[in-house]
Ligand binder design. Structure first.
Ligand code: HEC
Length: 144
């Protein structure tokens, strides 16, 4: 039962971000873009709370943080195979500097683990490191 529920959630998630990735033919590339799309959505939820665009809700913030933690832990498997596609933004250096790519992944895991979602102030304090961990990886491994 648990697996069924999980599977359904994944399906719904995939459906919401699919539109942004129309035309991506390689399924592995699409899957890792979808993963990053989810990362963006959950980071956006936290950012919107800090900006006052949506009300701060500690439970919702913690759910977003836990989702981000899952996503970060899923990065190595999602990128392990050097799949490519005309629409990819992944830099080939990922697969020549794999250990460093993993170090950048661990940077995100550490930042998300350290973030405290119990109040606006603690969330704000942790958000800089989360944002920094995205930038640190994108700078080396994402082509814009
Ligand atoms: C360890 C490396 C790494 C970390 C950490 C990382 N990203 Fe990414 N991200 C990538 C790579 C590589 C791509 C390009 C993937 C592709 O196009 O195949 C990407 C792509 C994206 C995209 C574009 C997805 C699309 O639609 O094509 C978004 C949005 C994104 N990342 C957001 C984030 C945010 C927000 C964070 C931090 C909370 C983050 N990423 C952390 C490596 C990373």
């Amino acid at each position: 039962m648990k697996r069924l529920v999980l599977g359904f959630g994944t399906l719904v998630m995939a459906a919401t971000v699919a539109v942004a990735h129309e035309g991506v033919k390689d399924p592995l590339v699409k899957a890792r873009m979808d993963l990053m799309g989810e990362v963006k959505d959950n980071t956006g939820t936290l950012g919107n709370m800090l900006k006052g665009k949506i009300p701060f809700d500690a439970a919702q913030a913690e759910a977003a943080r836990l989702a981000l933690l899952d996503h970060a832990k899923a990065i190595p498997a999602a990128f392990e195979t050097p799949a490519t596609d005309p629409k990819t933004e992944a830099a080939p250096a990922i697969w020549t500097d794999w250990d460093d790519f993993i170090a950048k992944t661990n940077g995100m895991i550490t930042a998300v683990e350290a973030a405290d979602t119990s109040s606006m102030d603690t969330l704000r304090a942790g958000m800089g490191a989360i944002g920094g961990s995205c930038k640190a990886c994108h700078k080396s491994y994402r082509i814009d």
